[in-house]
Design a protein. Structure first.
Length: 334
């Protein structure tokens, strides 16, 4: 989960009024969060002073906001750029242009815009978090952590910074630090299902499978329709060696989504390891139905056929896997 700040501007020029935009969210795992103001003004609950701009710059900016709300991010970028051409210190336009670049996955351009905002408004905590998100997407995790630290230093109660930094620590395999960050979120927002889920991932990757399962249980209680919560719980049961429970958990994922290829593949692997080749073949056949161009399904079904004594069927699957991937490592039964 990642959050981005979208800044609203009151245009200080004739002919323009107050503009409101909602906080947009950028990433797969998300929870809503409100954009808030400059840390220096936190006690008065006031945002940083808005840029005073000529009417033509304000109009371009306002239209850009509308284009972004409508999902036309390229046009929004063009309009924000026009506003910036007219008023070079228009930090709100840089900020929202950076967010539009994020939506188009133009991360270098987003970083450049967020950096310009920081030059103009160095105490605006949320923009460091936005830039950190861009670094995350580029895989520059150390730089992302540095920016999340800057965010938290300026606004220590901004929970989304802890959440996003926790995700980044997972990428860096700093699991204890990730757990600390997600715990901070949970302590302050105990109904945050995604925080339990991501802490569960950190516990799992840290080898603490019982704690991971406990967090997935809580995440499922809070958000019972999230399929990934069930899938990851199944993985933790498998890592814990509770194979029958893991099979039951994968089966629940498949019941909810019969075309969940990864759950079918993983359950098939568990059946295979138990020596239940018939059920393994059934699951791998479903994987092949869903992803007929992926060699792994044929290789795994071929092994199940082979160990079940169906050599001719195994040969057919191994041939198909080689056809799809000439480098596939398959036994030579011919």
């Amino acid at each position: 989960m990642r959050w981005l700040l979208f800044w609203c501007l009151v245009i200080a020029a004739a002919g323009c009024g107050e503009v409101n935009t909602s906080a947009r969210r950028h990433d797969a795992r998300q929870t809503t969060a409100d954009a808030v103001g400059d840390s220096k003004m936190r006690a008065a609950n006031q945002p940083p002073r808005h840029t005073e701009v000529p009417p033509e710059a304000g109009q371009a900016y306002v239209t850009g906001l509308q284009m972004a709300q409508d999902g036309n991010f390229q046009r929004a970028i063009e309009l924000y750029s026009e506003a910036i051409r007219i008023q070079d210190n228009f930090f709100e336009a840089y900020l929202n242009r950076g967010n539009a670049h994020m939506m188009l996955e133009q991360f270098d351009a987003a970083i450049a815009d967020f950096t310009r905002v920081i030059e103009l408004q160095p105490d605006l905590a949320e923009v460091y978090s936005n830039r950190a998100t861009a670094y995350d997407h580029k895989g520059e995790f150390e730089l992302a952590v540095k920016d999340y630290n800057e965010t938290i230093q300026r606004k220590p109660d901004l929970l989304r910074a802890y959440f996003n930094r926790g995700n980044t620590y997972i990428h860096l395999e700093e699991f204890d630090l990730a757990i600390d960050d997600f715990t901070k979120v949970i302590d302050n927002d105990p109904e945050n299902a995604e925080a339990y889920y991501n802490r569960g991932i950190a516990f799992n990757d840290n080898g603490e499978y019982d704690l991971a399962i406990a967090d997935y249980d809580e995440a499922i209680r809070l958000a019972p329709d999230q399929l990934s919560f069930y899938f990851n719980r199944a993985v933790s049961y498998r890592e814990l060696g509770e194979n029958d429970q893991a099979i039951a958990e994968f089966s629940e994922v498949i019941r909810r989504d019969p075309d969940h290829a990864q759950a079918l593949y993983d359950r098939g692997g568990m059946y295979y390891n138990k020596g239940d080749f018939e059920n393994a073949i059934t699951d791998f056949s479903e994987v092949i139905r869903i992803a007929p161009q992926a060699p792994d399904g044929y290789i795994s079904r071929g092994k199940a056929f082979e160990d079940n004594g169906d050599i001719e069927e195994a040969i057919v699957d191994y041939r198909k896997a080689k056809e799809l991937d000439p480098d596939a490592d398959v036994p030579d039964l011919e």
